[in-house]
Design a binder for this molecule. Structure first.
Ligand code: ADP
Ligand code: ZN
Ligand code: ZN
Length: 743
């Protein structure tokens, strides 16, 4: 060997002459292929990204095995090795391999999901230096140059600054560059940056209540072992305080350097407020959410990998972040549906958190006031340990519940007279009222009084929702919009009438009934970003009496100290849905929205309107609380052979409604084929294939095949052959293990 390429120090070349590696590519079906490593190429490590030829194109893949026994003789060469060291860390690779078996999804596509978009596009895994500039020394030693001296002195006086801050202070980029070339300023390294932010003095935590103290102690005690805790804390019980104090002790006591904690939060909860709460206690808090640019995402990911970030707060996909020394995982509001990805790789971040905790031997804390039946089932099976918080941390009492029997009740726009009366009393007391209704728009149906025609979506089996301001019709399933005509689409009579309630209608009705009080509507139409939501909440919390109307956006985790009354407009709809999870979801929403009442000094009340006041599920919920409800519901699910007692998978297939002639049966035929391919075994039940409850969505005909098993191993054995099934060209299909939605 004559000259040594620089890369030799980085790459392992110890392997034999012809080496063959296995590369997973983001393609369906069997997705790992063998490639030869050319003799002049560095050898990729397991977890390195490589460019490989694939069919007539090239693609980016990940090396998943670094020696292959008995390879073919005619293998293509890999084209390029992008990472000298593995980009997919060992524990993430382990998780990815586990997911192929659990979710029956191709490894190559799993790895593509696990990596940030920028990494998938081949961006080098190098963390750019921070945009923070620092003076070298305390006194200006350069030539006479007033602008440069001024900038230098500004940095000495104010500490390290970013480019934007310097420009705002009137300093030119060219001045900074001049100082940089003279070595009078330097850019902070991430390590310096880390040290800098560790200087801050954290807020002093409050004295934990006895229940909090017990929970914290149990979590901290488990710090070097795997254990999943279910922190069952009623609304306002101080779950976040438990997370933070347990984190603090675990981070302090860790024996290895750079200990880290991952905090998963539901999509809607990742607000600046959440971040601020953690940032007041911890140094180097990072945030990972869907609004970041691809590059910011990748950089945050790299900072975690290198140990610069101490606490990462993120939504669902943050579960795939690599860490240098992860010591604990927290999943806040663990029952939240946003933890389940509903397309592509249909994973549950909550379940993966427990799996990752097990792999790393670290504690996992799931927290909720309304735990999922899955987690409660795991407590019963002694897989999870409960930590109860039964009291509100501030000493506030829990709200009282009242049912309003709507049968034969006078009402205007869905607001019964008794509800109007209590609203009036609370407003007279200068308090705030929250009215909850889980439907956007003005009315869910536009009906012809003359012939009974209803406005429906041409692409879905669904009615169009009437929206006002300006008036239009909208499909809540596919997003289709249409103008409202004065005439019926069928009989042409001008007899159209909105039927049912949406938040816009309720907002209008309340504004009419209570003209002197501001009404705030909060739903996805009126609030489009987290920043807007935050601004709205700030205004609301400034104290004046007000009425809040909204959807589940209002129910989640927010603190409204002045709300003393919560009104639930219609509790019935959710309990009547054909989805077996609907009662659970409805009970969670009612309990969560009720939890907004009376969180400060004045006790709260919850009034629920129902046409079915005898509904045993509803009665259980309001007389004995969520956990009693959940216990009953769990018994019923077990008796019915449904999850979580019986593990489930859902196979779905769909095809365009105007596919080539005679092809529309291909979707259901394909599911029948799957049914035959499934390994029959004892304890397995296949239901279907049948048309999905929403049989047509966005112009596609949808079918489903439900598979239930007595044990998880039976389910996985049954599904295994499906990884090699190929659907007809026009059919889209998916396997959903532990589906959240059965519609
Ligand atoms: P949860 O997440 O359980 O709904 P939070 O963690 O938001 O509850 O806490 C509710 C309120 O109680 C917050 O304002 C929090 O600051 C306060 N709080 C929590 N723990 C304590 C404590 N030990 N002493 C005093 N106040 C507390
Ligand atoms: Zn008509
Ligand atoms: Zn539609």
């Amino acid at each position: 060997m004559t000259s040594t390429p620089v890369s030799d120090t980085l790459f392992d070349r110890s392997a034999s002459d012809v080496s063959v590696v296995r590369v997973a590519v983001p393609r369906p079906l069997h997705s790992a292929y063998d490639y030869q490593v050319p003799s002049d190429s560095p050898k990729p490590a397991i977890g390195s990204r490589v460019m490989v030829p694939f069919g007539s194109t090239t693609t980016l893949g990940v090396c998943v095995a670094d020696h292959v026994q008995n390879p073919h003789d005619t293998l293509k060469d890999i084209l390029d090795v992008l990472d000298p060291a593995p980009l997919v860390a060992e524990d993430i690779m382990q998780l990815a391999n586990w997911m192929t078996d659990y979710y029956h999804y191709p490894l190559g596509e799993i790895l593509a999901t696990v990596l940030p978009v920028a990494a998938r596009k081949g961006r080098p895994a190098i963390l750019p230096k921070a945009d923070l500039w620092q003076a070298v020394g305390d006194a200006y030693s350069g030539r006479k140059a007033p602008a440069q001296q001024a900038l230098f002195e500004f940095l000495v006086a104010n500490g390290p600054q970013g480019r934007e801050a310097l420009q705002t202070a009137g300093h030119k980029p060219s001045t900074l560059r001049a100082l940089f070339l003279k070595h009078l300023v330097q850019q902070l390294s991430h390590t310096q940056l880390r040290a800098l932010s560790q200087d801050h003095t954290p807020d002093k935590p409050p004295e934990p209540t006895p229940e909090q103290a017990e929970a914290i102690a149990q979590i901290v005690q488990a710090q070097d072992t795997y254990q999943t805790f279910l922190l069952e804390g009623v609304t306002g019980s101080g779950k976040t305080e438990v997370y933070m104090q347990a984190m603090q002790q675990i981070l302090q006591q860790a024996s290895d350097p750079d200990p880290q904690v991952l905090v998963l939060v539901p999509e809607i909860a990742l607000t600046p407020q959440t971040l601020a709460r953690f940032a007041a206690r911890f140094a180097n808090v990072g945030m990972l959410h869907s609004n970041l640019t691809d590059l910011d995402r990748f950089n945050t990911w790299l900072r975690c990998r290198e140990g610069h970030t101490q606490v990462l707060i993120g939504t669902r996909s943050a579960i795939f972040t690599p860490f240098k020394n992860l010591r604990m995982i927290i999943v806040d509001e663990e029952h939240d549906s946003s933890y389940k990805q509903q397309e592509g790789l249909r994973y549950s971040a909550r379940d993966l958190a427990a799996k990752r905790g097990l792999d790393l031997s670290i504690p996992v804390v799931l927290g909720s006031a309304t735990p999922s039946l899955e987690s409660l089932h795991n407590v019963k099976a002694k897989r999870y340990t409960t930590l109860p918080l039964t009291q509100r941390a501030t000493g506030a009492s829990m709200p009282s519940y009242h049912l309003i029997d709507m049968r034969g009740q006078d009402q205007s726009d869905g607001l019964s007279v008794p509800l109007q009366r209590v609203i009036r009393t609370h407003l007279a007391d200068n308090a705030q009222v929250l009215i909850y209704l889980n439907r956007r728009g003005f009315a869910p149906t536009l009906l012809c009084r003359s012939c009974g025609w209803q406005a429906t979506c041409s692409a879905c089996d669904a009615r169009l929702t009437l929206h006002s301001q300006p008036n239009h019709l909208r499909c809540h399933h596919c997003g289709f919009r249409a103008p409202v005509h004065n005439q019926c689409g069928e009989c042409k009579q001008p007899a159209l009438m909105p039927v049912g309630l949406g938040t816009q209608r309720t907002e209008e009705a309340l504004a009419k009934l209570f003209p002197n009080v501001p009404v705030y509507r909060i739903d996805r139409d009126s609030v489009r970003s987290n920043a807007e939501l935050e601004a709205r909440f700030k205004d609301i919390n400034s104290g004046h009496s007000a009425i809040l109307v909204g959807t589940q956006m209002l129910a989640k985790g927010h603190h409204f100290p002045n709300v003393t009354l919560v009104g639930v407009i219609n509790a019935d709809a959710g309990f009547l849905s054909p989805d077996f999870r609907a009662p659970e979801r409805t009970a969670q929403l009612i309990e969560q929205v009720a939890g907004r009442a009376g969180r400060a000094h004045r006790p709260g009340q919850v009034w629920i309107q129902t046409f079915q006041p005898e509904n045993p599920t509803l009665r259980k919920l309001i007389s004995e609380g969520y956990l009693a409800f959940a216990d009953l519901e769990l018994k019923q699910r077990t008796e019915a052979g449904l999850p979580p007692a019986a593990p489930m998978a859902m196979l779905r297939a769909d095809i365009l409604q105007n596919a080539e002639p005679n092809k529309t049966n291909e979707a259901i035929d394909f599911l029948n084929q799957c049914k035959h391919a499934i390994t029959a075994n004892d304890g397995l039940t296949c239901l279907g294939p049948i048309p999905a409850p929403l049989g047509r969505l966005a112009g596609r005909l949808r079918y489903q095949l439900m598979i239930l098993a007595t044990h998880r191993t039976q389910l996985h054995r049954a599904l295994h052959p499906l990884i090699n099934v190929k659907p007809p060209r026009q059919v889209r299909w998916s396997i959903d293990v532990d589906p959240y939605d059965s519609l």
